[in-house]
Design a protein around this ligand. Structure first.
Ligand code: CA
Length: 355
């Protein structure tokens, strides 16, 4: 792989598997936090205040990054805040040791091995020393929590010292995040999304990330801005309808920039938190609708049971793995339609009870 033998020997000499990394890789949590609790943590007053302070401290750098990459500074500071709490929680595992451990005994060894080679490549280029190349147990590094392959393809030296240092240089870290978003189709001056309200008797089966309609078509279907403001952009802008807690909770129209954030971390709760935090930093970002706090998310074993029962009832959940993906949501929706219930595809405890 083009890695110098002496470097390889130096960083792998005496290497032993890290049991902490293996435990983290194998743990499958039984309980999931409801999305509103996740958002409470992500959008805490402390994080918002710190973010506002840093927007002031780094105004000049952020302005230069905005100019070069076309990514809004509030989005970048929101990512910085969620990925590493603005550079204060970057993880202190040796990246080489973590990835070697996962490449040897992890659940996705091929992936870990390719990341390990990319990490050695970073060391060979001299951007960082082996001792300072620290990250999360899974090998996510620095203030942006980039995995090594993402670092190699998208990290940039913005402060001009010749090294791409996403650990110590916040300018490099923020510009690297902007460069990554731009490479993933971020469109300058367009919104990430907007909270909306839906008319009575709305067909909730339209709430699916695979369905993209122009804004004016959503408006024809009776979808309106929750704050009664006018919709952003022109009517041709394509959006999907997102119901993070099913039809009883808030609704959002999300645009292509939301999908760019998903490329950073493929979780709609994460992307929603980034969008809302970017607005909180500017004094907005309050959600109008209330969350269905009487509904709790299904536990892991309940999700498995839901899939088993859907399968038995003739609604194919596409595998029984406890993960609610597109196939399971479709099966839930088919069941809801069969029962004459709002077909939002949301796997609630009430639905499991009925099933
Ligand atoms: Ca630098």
């Amino acid at each position: 792989a083009g890695i110098d033998a002496a470097l390889f020997d130096r960083v792998t000499g005496g290497l032993e598997p890290d049991p902490v990394v293996l435990r983290a890789d194998r743990s499958q949590p039984e309980f999931t936090r409801p999305v509103w609790e996740y958002l409470d943590g992500a959008l805490s007053a402390h994080r918002v205040n710190r973010g506002r302070q840093l927007l002031g401290n780094h105004a000049q750098t952020l302005g230069a990054i905005e100019q070069r990459y076309g990514v809004d500074r509030h989005i970048l500071v929101a990512i910085w805040g969620l990925e590493s709490n603005f550079g204060s929680h970057m993880g202190n595992h040796s990246v080489v040791r973590s990835l070697a451990t996962l490449g040897h005994q992890g659940r996705r060894p091929e992936f870990a091995r390719s990341q390990l080679l990319a990490a050695l490549d970073i060391l060979q280029r001299g951007d960082i020393s082996p001792e300072r190349m620290l990250g999360s147990w899974a090998g996510a590094m620095g203030q942006t929590q980039f995995i090594p392959t993402t670092y190699n393809s998208h990290a940039v030296d913005f402060d001009g010292d010749g090294r791409r240092d996403i650990w110590q240089s916040s300018a490099d870290a923020l510009a690297s995040a902007a460069n990554y978003l731009t490479a993933n189709n971020w469109r300058s001056s367009l919104p990430w999304g907007i909270e909306v309200r839906l008319p009575d008797s709305f067909d909730y089966s339209r709430a699916d990330m695979s369905i993209r309609l122009p804004l004016n078509q959503w408006q024809t279907l009776g979808v309106r801005s929750a704050s009664n403001m006018s919709m952003p952009g022109d009517g041709e802008l394509e959006a999907s309808l997102l119901l993070p807690a099913g039809h009883q909770g808030p609704a959002f129209l999300v645009f292509d920039n939301f999908r760019s954030i998903l490329r950073y971390n493929n979780s709609t709760s994460y992307a929603l938190a980034i969008g809302l935090l970017s607005e909180r930093l500017q004094g907005g970002g309050q959600i109008h609708a209330s969350w269905p706090m009487n509904e709790r998310p299904l536990s892991r074993s309940e999700r498995v049971e839901l899939q088993e029962r859907l399968h038995q009832a003739g609604f194919d959940p596409g595998g029984i793995d406890g993960i609610i993906g597109a196939n399971t949501r479709r099966a839930v929706r088919d069941l809801q339609q069969h029962l004459g219930k709002p077909a939002d595809g949301y796997p609630s405890a009430t639905l499991l009870e009925q099933l």
